[in-house]
Write a protein that binds this ligand. Structure first.
Ligand code: SAH
Ligand code: SF4
Length: 379
């Protein structure tokens, strides 16, 4: 596959200045926006008008908000902005996957990936710059620099993708972005408040209107926050399981030392709203000779028995210096056959965007990569 590099760096230089003096509308709930507008002496309905321009029509330019008078437009433009993160690079895979490298106002970078499919278009968004966890097979986990993304920065990824995919006004037929997965950089349940605020905004029917049934949050297993996410957000849950014995999971997914398998499985068994129509997705990365034996498969099926489940076998995506190899196609096939026999449908995830390093676990900020390359040149 050949990757195509499209130079679509946007000539947006205002994002830094705006961020320092104005408030981003992208992180404000409707209630907060309304409270601010009322506090500034304007009537409530102005909040609804502004909200619709931003979240329904994707406008960033206040001059285009035609039902606001000129003086109100000027006033809003002095205190608010709806800027997207800056795109520093846009890569398009031959399979249609698009990866955006984004730079936020403080110069930090993260990645967002769009994966088109026949019946859906999924946006994989990041919740943190880097990740504090250090899963041994994950590239993001090797990144030193870590901070939480704000709710505006999380929503900004969705807005930017909708801009580029031509998805405004939100809710139009044949929209290209139909699903969201929190499977980019970071552990979303370590940034719960911002992720929850962002998802509430994105789910709002008055705005982007993506339903909770089309949002999936993937976690390595932050047990105390799982129940909360289920009760408060009701989104689909995916668990990065990857091992079915504690001693191996301790090594692959170190958060297991804090929340071992028994606790994790128990939290999932009681995930609010679970039913055959709403199942837990178990993600299981296939690592050659590590977790891919027939016995692993048997224990996996025993572990999730009785929980409404989908299984996702993920061929390991290598990254430079990664310590593992992907299981052979025959091994994956044999593992998948057993899973199928146990009643779980089409479990192997096709890697997407491999030619642009957009596949699961390959994400790492460009700034970090460049720093590493420079280091190796220097010696
Ligand atoms: N931190 C969250 C969400 C981001 S990771 C989590 O761990 O669930 C998204 C998915 O990609 C997880 O299932 C993760 O385990 C998987 N993943 C990470 N590195 C991978 C790699 N090199 N190959 C395949 N999948 C990987
Ligand atoms: Fe963090 Fe998820 Fe990668 Fe683990 S797999 S290091 S939790 S991003």
């Amino acid at each position: 596959m050949t990757a195509q590099l499209l130079d679509k760096s946007r000539p947006n230089t205002s994002y830094k200045e705006n961020a320092s003096v104005k408030q981003s509308l992208l992180g404000l709930s409707f209630e907060d926006l309304q409270a601010q507008i009322v506090a500034s002496g304007l009537p409530k309905f102005r909040a609804r008008q502004l909200w619709r321009w931003v979240w329904r029509h994707g406008l960033t330019n206040f001059d285009e908000m035609s039902d606001l008078g000129r003086s109100i437009r000027v006033r809003f433009s002095k205190i608010f902005h709806a800027d997207r993160p800056l795109v520093t690079r846009r890569l398009q895979s031959s399979d249609g996957t698009i990866k955006w490298l984004l730079r936020f106002a403080d110069g930090n970078e993260a990645e967002t990936v769009y994966i088109p499919d026949k019946e859906r278009g999924t946006l994989c968004i990041s919740s943190q710059i880097g990740c504090t966890l250090t899963c041994s097979f994950c590239h993001t986990g090797t990144q030193k620099l870590v901070r939480n993304l704000s709710s505006a920065e999380i929503c900004g990824q969705v807005m930017l993708a909708m801009d580029e995919l031509g998805d405004w006004p939100a809710g139009k037929p044949n929209r290209r972005l139909t699903n969201i997965v929190l499977m980019g950089m970071g552990e979303p349940l370590f940034n719960y408040d911002n992720v929850a605020a962002a998802m509430r905004i994105i789910m709002s029917g008055e705005g982007v209107g993506i339903s909770k049934r089309r949002i999936t949050l993937s976690t390595s297993g932050v047990v105390p926050a799982i129940k909360r996410a289920g009760e408060e957000l009701g989104v689909n849950l995916a668990i990065s399981l990857h091992a079915v014995r504690d001693e191996l999971r301790d090594e692959l997914v170190p958060i297991n030392r804090k929340y071992p398998l028994a606790e994790l499985i128990n939290a999932c068994r009681h995930y609010p709203g679970l039913s055959n129509a709403r199942r837990i997705t178990w993600e299981y990365v296939m690592l050659d000779g590590i977790n891919d034996s027939d016995e692993d498969c048997r224990q996996l099926l025993a572990l999730i028995r009785g929980i409404p489940s989908k299984l996702n076998l993920i061929p390991f995506n290598p990254w430079p210096t990664s310590p593992y190899k992907c299981s052979s196609p025959e091994r994956i096939e044999a593992f998948a056959r057993k899973v199928l026999k146990a009643g779980y449908a089409s479990p192997v995830r096709t890697p997407r965007g491999q030619d642009i390093m957009a596949a699961c676990g390959q994400l790492k900020s460009a700034s970090e990569r460049q720093t590493c390359q420079k280091k190796s040149v220097v010696g």
